[in-house]
Design a binder for this molecule. Structure first.
Ligand code: ADP
Ligand code: MG
Length: 237
């Protein structure tokens, strides 16, 4: 079986600066893959390349074994890819329910959109805010709604860019359980996150990006003690 997501040798240059330098990774069905690295390492740029918002100088992206390098973002979405943004991208004046509904109606099963949204509101614990407009939500909750919106499109691969930022400890723990449940349904989850506790608890595999290069990859227990990773983080893990 090919990986649900496979990235090969991706290079991106901004002026003379290489934001990504031959970066490669895979994300498998039913697993959570972490992508960590210091600020400016290239994590969000890699997400942009994967979802088709930025064309790399070199490299390939494949979804389920199919090369999508030349496809635009909308066609990649139709191949089962969904993504959240580090900077929130909700419709501020729409309610939580309507934000979810917009995404669900664009997904593969339009007729069941209302039911799917009810289900997400329930799973994500959003009942109390379902009629609140998105721009009135605290950041942590807004991020949860963003993840819910990505899930509403029923993706097979989901990219999450710092989804737990602004969540407190209890919310983060709950969020970890949500991610695990998503993976258990067969989704390939790719998670960029600064909360190392969350990453180390929920991820099956972790890739470490530093200055545009993948410097380590493996299960959390290996990554935690990898000398190159410790050096990149100056002992922050
Ligand atoms: P991360 O998400 O890991 O913090 P980014 O992918 O946002 O890192 O950025 C990687 C590098 O590319 C940084 O040095 C950043 O300043 C640079 N960069 C990102 N986007 C742009 C852009 N649109 N134009 C120029 N440089 C950029
Ligand atoms: Mg980023």
């Amino acid at each position: 079986m090919p990986s649900l997501l496979r990235v090969d040798e991706v290079t991106v240059a901004f002026g003379g600066h290489l934001a990504l330098d031959s970066a490669a990774l895979c994300a498998e069905a039913g697993t959570i893959t972490g992508l960590i690295g210091p600020n400016g390492a290239g994590k969000s740029t890699l997400f942009d390349v994967i979802c088709g918002l930025r064309t790399p100088v070199q490299g390939r992206v494949a979804l389920g074994g199919r090369d999508v390098t030349r496809l635009g973002p909308a066609r990649r979405a139709r191949h089962g890819l969904a993504r959240t943004f580090q900077r929130l991208e909700l419709f501020g004046r729409l309610s939580v329910r309507d934000n979810l509904l917009v995404a669900a109606e664009l997904g593969p099963d339009r007729r069941r959109a209302g039911q799917l949204v009810d289900d997400i509101i329930d799973r994500f614990g959003l009942a109390a805010v379902s009629d609140t407009s998105a721009d009135e939500l605290p950041t942590g909750t807004a991020r949860l709604v963003e993840v819910g919106r990505a899930v509403a499109a029923r993706p097979s691969v989901i990219l999450l860019d710092e989804p737990a930022a602004g969540q407190d400890h209890t919310e983060t723990e709950r969020f970890g359980e949500l991610l695990r449940a998503l993976a258990d349904e067969g989704t390939a989850v790719l998670l960029v996150e600064h909360d190392m506790g969350l990453v180390m608890n929920v991820c099956d595999q972790v890739y470490v990006l530093d200055l545009g290069k993948i410097i380590a990859a493996g299960p959390p227990a290996t990554i935690r003690t990898d000398p190159a990773v410790l050096a990149a983080y100056l002992g922050d893990l």
